[in-house]
Design a protein around this ligand. Structure first.
Ligand code: CUA
Length: 155
């Protein structure tokens, strides 16, 4: 079978790209300790409203001065819709869904979680700047998707 020279070049480039991506993955995993996100906590999505601490979504202060924030997503809202935290607060978010897949994105932070029924996703942020932080759903979840938002006030 005859393979054209240009086809060989493109094939070579494709294989070289795959090898490069694989090398980057291995380097990040071994060198930087990067791992795929893991779900450490599961929850029965039909019993979220009666499963502590998600039966009372909101903010909890830990003994060390940091905070835990528990959020429940369902079409088409987040509970709690509004939270106030002091400036400088380190907050670990725990988020779950009662129905479909949602996205929990806090603007101007690194917190961007895929929220799936049956799982608890988590992420942490230190709110060093005061302001009104908007939480949006960034996974299309239905016709009310665009109105699925909440606020965190940092004072
Ligand atoms: Cu929830 Cu989009």
């Amino acid at each position: 079978m005859h393979v054209h020279r240009l086809e060989k070049i493109f094939l070579g480039l494709g294989i070289a790209t795959l090898v490069a991506f694989f090398a980057i993955l291995v380097t990040l995993q071994i060198g930087e300790g990067f791992t795929p996100p893991s779900h450490i906590q599961t929850i029965d999505p039909t019993k979220v409203s009666s499963t502590p601490p998600f039966d009372h979504p909101g903010l909890v202060r830990r003994a060390d001065g940091s905070y835990e924030a528990y959020y429940v997503g369902q079409v088409f809202s987040w509970q709690p819709a509004s939270l106030t935290v002091p400036r400088g607060a380190k907050v670990t978010f725990y988020v779950t869904s009662t129905d479909v897949v949602h996205g929990f994105l806090i603007e101007h932070t690194d917190v961007n979680l895929e929220v799936m029924p049956g799982w608890v996703s988590s992420g942490t942020h230190v709110f060093s700047k005061p302001g009104d932080y908007l939480i949006v759903c960034d996974q299309y979840c239905g016709e009310g998707h665009a109105s699925m938002f909440a606020h965190i006030l940092v004072k």
